[in-house]
Design a protein around this ligand. Structure first.
Ligand SMILES: C[S@@+](CC[C@H](N)C(=O)[O-])C[C@H]1O[C@@H](n2cnc3c(N)ncnc32)[C@H](O)[C@@H]1O
Length: 300
């Protein structure tokens, strides 16, 4: 694996389509270019707020300096790319992502922020042709768990870094460790057929939950000085349970799930979810626990 195939993805208005998407990543590219990507853009401010307590861990670990050349893998709507650009005032930041709608939003935000040192390219980070050693630092906030061939992807990222260059990323620990997933899922499980989100070895949000797997992966793809630390932070979900229910049940995956359920099951789902979330309402809104790995490594 790791060999790309030409894939006809429409241009996103800002750059030509990526020259290659690895065959195994075509499904993810379709997802992030479709309803999921559009929903992320629509919910961008909420997404940034959800990650508010996690992002500082990543930025502190990245060690970005004024003249750093930074690569942001799976940059989405550009939240961390912009933050990196503020730190690399005399350097440069390149955000790479497969999602045209999310990159369009990222470009708009960069223009609005007046940060000329940040640019975005559409590409599959597993096979994208980065210039060798072009970056001092590669970062990712939850954008490195979706590769069909993680070995090929991390080897490609290693090549993009100069020797001694720094890798820093956040990825999720197991689904069961993450109350922001289990509280809603456990509440609605009696009424709907939940999708499997953590199939072992399959690309998806929880694919790097196993720290041993991360360590072996990085060691075999050209990294050393590997550190993997647990980050446990509360995650703000929304101002109140009604708002969070609307957000969660309007997600493309939830809509598909509910379409299969009876009217009675749908009504019970809404009530069960609202009641479960109400137990986590505080003065600041609804907050649930999250569990991530903060991973750092240095290119050999
Ligand atoms: C969970 S989102 C995180 C987005 C962003 N890093 C943030 O923190 O808001 C995962 C991102 O990874 C991107 N992605 C998935 N597979 C990718 C690949 N093979 N190459 C580049 N980006 C990819 C998706 O399009 C999506 O934007």
């Amino acid at each position: 694996m790791g060999q790309g195939t030409d894939q006809g993805v429409a241009g996103d208005g800002g750059t030509p389509p990526p020259d290659k998407i690895a065959a195994g990543n075509a499904g993810q590219a379709e997802t992030w270019n479709g309803d999921d990507g559009r929903y992320w853009v629509q919910q961008r401010e909420r997404q940034e707020a959800r990650y508010r307590r996690l992002t500082p861990h990543l930025m502190a670990a990245a060690g970005i300096r004024a003249d750093s050349r930074v690569l942001d893998i799976g940059c989405g709507s550009g939240g961390t790319s912009l933050e990196a650009a503020r730190a690399a005032a005399e350097g440069s930041v390149l955000g790479v992502d497969v999602s045209a709608p999310m990159l369009a939003e990222a470009r708009k935000r960069a223009a609005d922020s007046g940060l000329p040192q940040v640019a975005f390219e559409r590409g599959d980070a597993q096979v994208h042709r980065f210039a060798d050693g072009a970056f001092d630092i590669a970062i990712s906030r939850f954008g490195v768990m979706f590769f069909a061939d993680p070995e090929a992807a991390f080897a490609n990222i290693a090549r993009a870094l100069r020797p001694g260059g720094q890798l820093a990323f956040l990825c999720w620990r197991s689904l069961r460790d993450n109350a922001y997933m289990t509280v809603p899922m456990d509440a609605i499980a009696p009424y709907v057929q939940l999708p499997e989100l953590d199939a072992p070895g399959a690309p998806g949000p929880f694919s790097l939950a196993d720290a041993d797997r991360i360590r072996k992966l990085l060691d075999s793809t050209g990294f050393d000085e590997i550190t993997i630390s647990a980050v446990d932070e509360p995650m703000w979900m929304g101002p109140d349970p009604h708002d969070v229910v609307a957000y969660q049940l309007d997600m493309p995956g939830s809509r598909a799930m509910l379409a299969e359920a009876s009217a009675e099951a749908r009504a019970k789902t809404v009530t069960a979810l609202r009641d479960a979330l109400a137990e986590h309402q505080g003065s600041d809104g609804v907050t649930l626990g999250s569990a991530a790995w903060l991973v750092t490594a240095r290119r050999r």
